[in-house]
Design a protein around this ligand. Sequence first.
Ligand code: PBG
Length: 330
Amino acid sequence: MTPTQAPFPATRFRRLRRTPALRGLAQETHLSVKDLIWPIFVTDVPGADAPVASMPGVARVTVEGAVRAAEEAARLGIPAICLFPYTDAALRTEACEEAWSPENITNRTIRAIKAAVPDVAVMTDIALDPYNANGHDGLVRDGIILNDETVEALVRMALAQAEAGADILGPSDMMDGRIGALRTALEGAGHSDVAILSYAAKYASAFYGPFRDAVGAGGRLVGDKKTYQMNPANSDEAIRLVARDLSEGADMVMVKPGMPYLDICRRVKDAFGAPTYAYQVSGEYAMLMGAIERGWLKEEVILESLMAFRRAGCDGVLTYFAPRVAKMLG
Ligand code: PBG
């Protein structure tokens, strides 16, 4: 009991839970379609525009399919789409050159969406894994993930995406120094208005498995990502990473995965008050969908899971549920 609170029966919390109207008035946190970023998978590999088995309800789409998704986002009021590419096996090399080709699948999709539906913000992913022969986010030499060489590659990748018209760049690679390098390069190239949503606190997580199926990087991955993604046991380190990325020029920061890391979301929001996002990742989606499909959980669990991010201080959430939630909130 807080000092100002009268004892029972003066205080009966159930009074404000009695009707929907009263519950609505007493509601502290709200979830809106405006809080959602919708991640989609794009490909031009023949036959690959197909359902992703480990993500029920999610399918890779062609460039035209991505434009249709953006149109759906506009109709539903979803403010942003985030693109992840599934590239041809022949384009996955040790040097990852395809990552900064102006004609790669991501850049062609950015241009197509911005031409057709300019009001929907397009976010991208900056990391080499969809283009890398060995599935890593960075360049690899003698089994080591190279930091500084990778940052140079990421800068090229980012400039190509900015040139194609991306609104928000999402560096998900976890190399050190990349935010500063990207910001400097963007300013230098006349792209000072392009925003950076840094995957600042990104953990080395088993919850990314279905995503790696979706972009075709899982089977290729040599080893794991623990030398660059965070140890799930660490919390203070997340604060230091967010401080670093904000000081280097990030506009928004992300915590990833989401639901198992709500404590980190809250700490980050309280410490910085910066625009803070969570990624409800593929494994979280798969868990919820698996249970919903079997009838073990009701669909409303989706809204509860997303409200939890808002309550934990997040301004928005990247979620594969975005279009479904938009309709549920309808
Ligand atoms: C890779 C990247 C990953 C995700 C987004 N960008 C996977 C990884 O780090 O291995 C995961 C998203 C998800 O699981 O939904 N740079």
